[in-house]
Design a protein around this ligand. Structure first.
Ligand code: LLP
Length: 419
């Protein structure tokens, strides 16, 4: 993203021009950012045997998956749909881990039939794999009793979390696995999402490594994802090089004791794509209310649910009046609102409701750009209010390319009738 003469450019293309060409609202992704983040992560981990996976729930656009693949990254999938997308993008089954939460036996079969390793997160899941695929391979997800995250909804470790088998139930895991002749190839954890503090990550890592020592033939240890990105201008970026150093050091210590070097795996999602993505939307209405100046966009929480769901902050820019060169004196407090029939459909908010933002004045027809929308944006989008999902475009070096067409009303309804 850059500003030229007070106008916003994405991947070298004028943002308002993109809306002119592909219509509004529109998801836009900068290819270079995805590649840069992937390279940063790969070089951060020094361990001789390592695999970086992309937790593709963050964004499953096939063209984005292909870029990730080109960067030598694997896949963390959580559903048959994600396995399907990964295979369609060219990933080999052995590059994919299927982390199953409360999945059906058929979903397990789907993965196994394609040669994808299943990561179970309960003893009952372990039994299901055992019964259907006796003598097969499996990975187990551990709950290390440590959790972290940007919001309660995304903390996935600790006693309140539905995920994983408690770290102190290793005997039960080994007994169950051996009763079905299952080989435990890996242990896994994921403690939460949006972590900006390396300390918690390392603390949980130590718990998993203690668990790992109790299994004598592991191919890999997977520490999950969760690396946060700065959403606010003043938020500090995680020093991934430093985090990588700490992870590598902890891991080397473990390997010395273990006597072998299983592959070290991490599986971030957000880190790869969050900052690459922008949701462009057009101002439809400006309303001077008693308490707020409402700027109404042609999108809503159907397309980007994070502010409404978690109270998440996303920077919003005025695409043709970024205001970076001025002194901000002409900025006004505004509520940026969506077009859905719910009062909670505002983008400038926290968990409790509207938080007005000082922004360049928007008028009808202007294009607003909601930043850091590449992760958990489109992938959490819905058709609520029966509005189709936006198109997605990839930009790079001044060129743009459609990577998913805009949904149509027929996509939403006709194809759903009958067969
Ligand atoms: N591995 C597992 C097993 C996960 O469940 C997740 C995310 C990740 C890795 C990747 O986490 P990341 O590196 O992206 O933080 N919708 C929420 C985030 C939910 C994340 C769920 N699991 C949001 O918009 O913030």
């Amino acid at each position: 993203m850059e500003v030229r003469k007070n106008r916003l450019f994405l991947g070298g293309v004028d943002a308002t021009r993109l809306v002119g060409e592909y219509s509004s609202p529109l998801y836009v992704y900068e290819e270079e950012v995805i590649r840069k983040r992937a390279r940063e992560l790969r070089s951060a981990i020094g361990s001789e045997r390592k695999v970086i996976k992309y937790s593709c729930k963050a964004n499953t656009n096939i063209e984005i998956l292909k870029i990730i693949k080109e960067e030598g990254i694997g896949i963390d999938a959580v559903s048959p749909g994600e396995i399907h997308a990964a295979i369609a993008a060219g990933f080999r089954p052995e590059e994919i881990l299927f982390t199953a939460s409360n999945v059906s036996p058929e979903e397990i079969d789907f993965a196994v039939a394609r040669g994808v390793l299943v990561n179970v997160d309960s003893i009952s899941g372990l039994r299901t794999v055992g019964r259907r695929h006796q003598g097969g391979d499996v990975c187990v997800r551990i709950n290390p009793d440590v959790g972290a995250g940007h919001h309660g909804h995304v903390i996935t470790g600790g006693p309140e979390s539905k995920f994983g088998i408690e770290y102190d139930r290793v005997d039960e895991i080994t007994r169950t696995a051996s009763s079905f002749g299952l080989r435990i190839r890996g242990v896994h954890q994921h403690i939460g999402s949006g972590i900006l503090d390396a300390g918690t990550f390392i603390m949980a890592m130590r718990v998993l490594l203690d668990v790992a020592k109790r299994f004598d033939d592991l191919d890999f240890v997977d520490f999950g994802g969760g690396i946060g990105v700065p959403y606010r201008k003043d938020e500090k970026r995680v020093d991934v090089a430093l985090l990588g150093e700490k992870i590598t050091k902890e891991y080397e210590r473990f390997c010395n004791e273990y006597g072998k070097t299983p592959t070290l795996v991490i599986e971030p999602g957000r880190y790869f794509v969050a900052e690459s993505g922008f949701l462009l939307a057009t101002v439809m209405t400006v309303k001077e209310g008693h308490n707020h100046r409402f700027v109404g966009l042609d999108t809503g929480f159907n397309h980007l649910v994070r502010p409404a769901f978690y109270g998440s902050y996303h920077e919003i820019l005025h695409s043709s009046n970024v205001g970076e060169n001025g002194d901000g004196r002409d900025f006004v407090l505004q509520t940026i609102a969506g077009n859905l029939c719910e009062s909670g459909d505002t983008f400038t908010r926290d968990e409790n409701g509207i938080v007005d933002r000082l922004l360049p004045p928007f008028k009808e027809g202007d294009v607003a750009c909601i930043c850091n929308a590449g992760a958990y944006g489109y992938s959490m989008a819905s058709q609520y209010n029966s509005r189709p999902r936006p198109a997605e475009v990839l930009v790079s070096n001044g060129e743009s390319r459609l990577i998913r067409r805009r949904e149509t009303l027929d996509d939403m309804f006709i194809s759903r009738i009958g067969t």
